[in-house]
Design a binder for this molecule. Structure first.
Ligand code: PMP
Length: 330
């Protein structure tokens, strides 16, 4: 029988799929590693499992324990899924700007959520950070994963994502491209691929224009899950050979093209990473193989990136869907 014993056994071993349309005019092979195939729908399932394994091993988390983390997104889903399978309680602290759908996903998995006001300073006792610190200190048996600093985040990618890419390309990968948020994905995967190839793999980070990794000050951008206004300990800046800054407009256009042309309904950070991958691939030859990691699926962004009115409200150009229709009629 081909049966997984628990849903967490399905974490990792995500597929590589060739990009065929958006790569027009590019000689190199460009392969997408599609992380929405993880059971919680994102690459964050990997770090959640590894962080919880390590916490159990180190005696930081035991029977009856509670996981407390400030997170509203993919990391929360990953932690909730693994915690539920192992009998831990999850309490997530989120700012009130987080939409109803994202809250509901977390509670659907059985997590408890505490909503804090967005409009207070980080040092305010009611802030997202203060409340999660207080809960972690007050709840008996509480464990705070702290994905921005926990070395088991990058380690999970060193142990799984990197080896999978090397195995599935038969060692032919020459370039690896990923967006940088906490930096865990690029640090762990990039480190493994550089080691196993004796420096033969070039590692390229994709970063929203305005974020610190590409020299910005942390100025706001709309793409979610990537970019920072500080340098997290999970990120090793010596791993990427190059960082490519990508605008929101480019990220969103590519995100929509991936759905329409490649059948890949993914999030905005995936579009951003593909833009960087194609910029890098433009100067490469048919001997090169670029692997670009797509962190999550697009269902969570239907009201934003895939919504024409939302895009227009931020001044982005007419969406390609409408443009195409008008061109056909003309
Ligand atoms: N894309 C999305 C949608 C994410 O949630 C994250 C995680 N913050 C990233 C990209 C970046 O991954 P990492 O934190 O490993 O750099």
């Amino acid at each position: 029988m081909r049966v997984a014993n628990t849903v967490t056994d399905l974490i990792g071993n995500t597929p590589l799929v060739r990009l065929n349309r958006v790569t027009e005019g590019i000689a190199a092979t460009v392969l997408a590693k599609v992380e929405y195939f993880n059971p919680g729908g994102s690459a964050k399932d990997r770090i959640a499992e590894r962080i919880i394994d390590a916490a159990e091993r180190d005696g930081l988390l035991g029977p009856g324990g509670t996981i407390v983390e400030p997170t509203s997104g993919n990391t929360g889903v990953g932690l909730a899924l693994v915690a539920q399978q192992r009998g831990y309680r999850c309490v997530f602290v989120l700012p009130d700007k987080v939409g109803e759908d994202k809250r509901s996903v977390l509670t659907a998995y059985g997590a408890e959520i505490i909503v804090t006001p967005t409009s207070v300073a980080p040092e305010d006792p009611d802030s997202y950070y203060s409340v999660s610190d207080r809960l972690a200190a007050e709840i008996p048996g509480a464990f705070k994963p702290n994905q921005y600093a926990n070395p088991n985040g990058p380690r999970s990618h060193y142990e799984t994502t990197g080896p999978e890419i090397w195995r599935d390309t038969d060692g032919t990968v020459t370039h690896f491209v990923a967006g940088v948020g906490t930096g865990g994905t690029i640090t762990g995967t990039g480190r493994y691929l550089k080691e196993v190839s004796n420096g033969g793999v070039t590692v390229i980070g994709a970063d929203p224009v305005g974020s610190v990794y590409s020299g910005g000050s942390g100025r706001p951008y709309l793409v979610e899950g990537v970019g920072e206004d500080m340098w997290p300990p999970a990120y090793d800046p010596s791993i990427p050979d190059q960082i490519i800054a990508v605008s929101d407009r480019e990220s969103f256009e590519m995100t929509r093209r991936l759905a329409r042309e490649e059948g890949l309904l993914v999030g905005g950070s995936s579009g951003m990473a593909v833009v960087a991958a194609l910029k890098a691939a433009a100067s490469l030859s048919a001997d090169d193989t670029v692997v670009v990691l797509l962190p999550d699926g697009g269902r969570g962004y239907l009201g934003k990136i895939f919504n024409d009115a939302w895009l227009r409200s931020y001044g982005f150009s007419e969406p390609p869907t409408e443009q195409t229709v008008r061109d056909l009629i003309a």
